[in-house]
Design a protein around this ligand. Structure first.
Ligand SMILES: NC(=O)C1=CN([C@@H]2O[C@H](COP(=O)(O)OP(=O)(O)OC[C@H]3O[C@@H](n4cnc5c(N)ncnc54)[C@H](O)[C@@H]3O)[C@@H](O)[C@H]2O)[C@@H](O)CC1
Ligand SMILES: [K+]
Length: 485
């Protein structure tokens, strides 16, 4: 159950379920009941205000109001439009509500102990403006807990972006599967705690829709890990080349440490001869080679993977160094300076990418490399992957990974502690180490992001980049021991 559904796919799932015999009314009753179950598990009966919009999100609100009243709550309900303008299931559920239907206004908030936000869900079609925007701001300012139905009103379910203004919820109950907006910023923050509830849509229905977006959990890449075999040796675990900087050696050293902890069998740091002693002294387990030998090293197919960029320096020289390397089609991670260097000639880079390649930009690097690609993070990552032919991973609190074939994943682990110098170098190293062992590029990028995020979440305050590789044995051990033996 790692799938994330777009709002269009959710409508499709509803439609298929209704076609298979469940009524829309039943789905809505299940949705309302699921929200009520969540409410009664968290709050004792008191005064609740339900804010309803004109569509089916508002219809959920009528169900919730009715069920809460039956459960002994004192319920006030406000509706955005006239009740006689409602149609379909919304009209049906409004007819079943025997309480007053008030006009939406901030007066509805007075005396409320809980607010249920059923203004807009998947059908949010434009910005929230005018008096409605004022009401949303009043809800956010009143200090009363808010539970949002499906998404906080104002959050775009597909992008996580705010259209005008948005409710800030404490809890969001959504149905069947999460939507991108529950994971992408700022939606993720505005949702508060996200609870996903079943409303009677089968797993087979979801499989039939073939969602290509996943939450980045081990289940999506676990089977793709190349664990060492009992009769294996280090050459079976790949030989990674890390191209290190001549003066900024810290970045390359972090890459190397992380890649080895991720399991790369052998690792050679290739750098300017003047810097090689620094790399060699740092880690007795690595090999070093002068940068002039890089081309010859890549001619030997045992050197199957390459990380280049961290600490390497920005400029045309970096571009001319990288392009010939890409012709060897080794598993490649391009990060940091390797991305920025191509700001003036991105198509030269994309043309040269032919082997399995992962690009790991943060937002600034992404904007330099793909200046014309706009929109939400997920759409941008997908467009960039398609254009470059590489797996593109846009870093941040809501890291998105997209493959050229359309697969995509969003990181769901909160780890703000990762915002520290060198953390990105470690991520590039982990991914390089996994690819060196033969892991497919999208899986390696996803697993790298997961290991990195879990390390950040586990280690917490005080984390520095050097800590992350040292935590990998714990996480890899967890994955290894969870395998069926
Ligand atoms: N069978 C179903 O379709 C089910 C639907 N469910 C609920 O239905 C929701 C989707 O319902 P709808 O498709 O009716 O969409 P919504 O109820 O989210 O909103 C659609 C309505 O809002 C209006 N609107 C959109 N943006 C506006 C804005 N900025 N200002 C003012 N008016 C605006 C539209 O004109 C339309 O009348 C889901 O989020 C979920 O809560 C659930 O009950 C599960 C079953
Ligand atoms: K809502």
């Amino acid at each position: 159950m790692f799938e994330i559904l777009t709002t269009e796919q959710m409508y499709e799932a509803d439609r298929k379920t209704i076609e298979a015999g469940t009524t829309g009314d039943a789905l809505m009753e299940n949705a309302g009941a699921a929200v009520v179950a969540e409410i009664v598990s968290r709050w004792t009966p008191s005064s609740v205000t339900v804010l309803c919009g004109p569509g089916n999100n508002g219809s959920d609100g009528f169900v919730i109001a009715r069920l809460l009243r039956h459960a002994g709550w004192s319920v006030r309900l406000g509706l955005l439009c006239d009740a006689d303008k409602l149609t379909g299931d919304a009209a049906l559920n409004a007819g079943r509500w025997d309480g007053a239907v008030e006009r939406l206004s901030p007066a509805l908030l007075v005396g409320a102990d809980l607010i249920v936000d059923c203004l807009f869900g998947a059908g949010l079609a434009r910005s929230i403006e005018g008096e409605l925007a004022e009401l949303v701001c009043a809800v956010n300012a009143c200090g009363v807990p808010v539970i949002a139905v499906d998404v906080p009103s104002g959050v775009d379910g597909n992008s996580g972006e705010v259209r005008g203004v948005s409710i800030k919820a404490d809890v969001t109950v959504t149905f069947c599967r999460p939507k991108p907006g529950h994971h992408l910023l700022p939606g993720r923050i505005l949702c508060g705690q996200v609870v996903v509830r079943d409303i009677g849509i089968t797993n087979q229905t979801i499989r039939d829709i073939r969602p290509s977006l996943m939450r980045n959990e081990p289940g999506i890449w676990l089977a793709g890990i190349h664990w060492p075999s009992v009769d294996g040796h280090k050459y079976h675990r790949g030989h990674l080349l890390v191209v290190g900087g001549a003066s900024m050696t810290g970045a390359g050293r972090l890459v190397a440490r992380a890649a080895r902890r991720a399991g790369a069998g052998l690792l050679t740091v290739v750098a300017d001869p003047s810097a090689l002693p620094v790399y060699a002294v740092d880690s007795p387990g690595i090999m070093t080679a002068p940068i002039a030998s890089l081309d010859d090293l890549l001619k030997d197919c045992r050197h199957n993977a390459l990380v280049i960029g961290p600490g390497f320096g920005v400029g045309d020289e970096t571009c001319s160094r990288i392009i010939p390397l890409l012709h060897y089609c080794r598993c490649t991670v391009l990060d940091a300076d390797a991305l920025t260097s191509f700001a003036e000639q991105p198509s030269t880079l994309f043309f040269a990418i032919q082997g399995p390649t992962v690009l790991t930009p943060h937002e600034g690097e992404f904007a330099r490399l793909f200046p014309d690609i706009e929109g939400d993070k997920l759409s941008r990552a997908r467009a960039a992957a398609k254009r470059s032919g590489a797996t593109v991973l846009i870093k941040g609190g809501d890291t998105v990974i997209a493959a050229p074939d359309g697969r995509a994943a969003i990181n769901a682990i909160e780890a703000p502690w990762l915002a520290t110098a060198g953390s990105g170098d470690v991520l590039a190293g982990i991914i390089g180490g996994l690819m060196a062992q033969g892991m497919e590029m999208f899986d390696a990028a996803c697993m790298g992001v997961w290991l990195h995020a879990r390390a950040g979440a586990d280690l917490g305050p005080g984390l520095i980049a050097e800590d992350i590789p040292e935590h990998l044995p714990v996480l890899l051990g967890e994955l290894w021991h969870a395998l069926p033996k």
